[in-house]
Design a protein around this ligand. Structure first.
Ligand SMILES: N[C@@H](CCC(=O)N[C@@H](CS)C(=O)NCC(=O)O)C(=O)O
Length: 245
């Protein structure tokens, strides 16, 4: 079978895009990576992937659009079955954990990092791999973060709820590891979906104590060793971050 031409559309720092790139590397599939400009990406994505499909990642397989991290991983699995992303005999459990990672965890990578930046806007510079922003840059970041809160539907109440619910989600990750669904020798689809979000959470200093030394941290750092950014601890108001049980 001829190897299809693959073109991946991403935004920098996007965790579901990291998931897909890790899967492409795992399958050893060559692809062209197109990094879109935030803001302008929505028009490009809709043009290529169809009406309403504004988010990244998207993959063109010989020009045929596949949109979203889970459909893309499923498609890669049928294009190149080895090594498997849904290995037997745990394929069903991996699919369910992947779904959970996408539907229940992935948004926290957006809401908790944007949430923390509201309180430490100068740290936005670190997400691009540089140092903290200067005062003029911080003025810009404050407007940007305000727009980000609006776009992602973040409010202080929602943020506090997300933080309160995080330990239960991390316990679920631990259970997946204990059950042998995640964190095996080779990465599966659930490792890549869940690990990418956890890697983003490690950037938020307030959250690191909840993750460090637990399977969640290993899962994130093993498959996603490099991800810039540091939002210093003390960003969230006192009492909002649950203490580790
Ligand atoms: N669950 C989807 C979510 C994709 C998603 O929300 N991607 C974000 C980047 S992390 C995005 O495109 N944001 C820009 C936008 O919403 O316009 C997936 O896994 O593909």
């Amino acid at each position: 079978m001829a190897v299809p031409e693959l073109t991946l559309h991403v935004l920098a720092q996007s965790h579901p895009c990291m998931t897909v790139e890790a899967a492409l590397r795992r399958k050893d599939l060559a692809y062209e990576r197109v990094a879109l400009t935030p803001g302008k990406h929505t028009a490009t994505m809709e043009e290529l992937y169809g009406s309403g499909r504004t988010t990244v990642p998207g993959l063109l397989v010989d020009g045929e659009p596949v949109h979203g991290s889970r459909p893309i991983l499923a498609r890669l699995e049928s294009l190149a079955p080895e090594p498997p992303l849904y290995p037997e005999p745990i394929a069903g459990a991996v699919r369910e954990a992947e779904r959970w990672g996408d539907e229940e965890l992935q948004d926290l990578g957006r809401r908790l990092s944007w949430g923390a930046l509201h309180f430490r806007p100068e740290a936005m510079g670190t997400l691009g791999g540089a140092g903290p922003l200067d005062p003029a840059g911080t003025d810009f970041a404050m407007r940007f973060v305000h727009a980000g809160w609006k776009y992602h539907g973040i409010s202080a109440v929602r943020l506090a709820d997300d933080l309160a619910g995080l330990p239960a989600k991390l316990d679920h990750v631990n259970a997946l590891v204990d059950e042998g669904v995640c964190a095996g020798e080779e990465p599966n689809a659930a490792d890549l979906q869940i690990g990418a979000t956890l890697r983003v959470l490690l950037v938020v200093g307030d959250l690191r104590p909840l993750l460090e030394g637990r399977p969640a941290e290993g899962l994130a750092r093993r498959w996603f060793p490099d991800y810039p950014g540091d939002i210093p601890a003390g960003a969230f108001p006192a009492g909002w971050v649950p203490t580790r049980g």
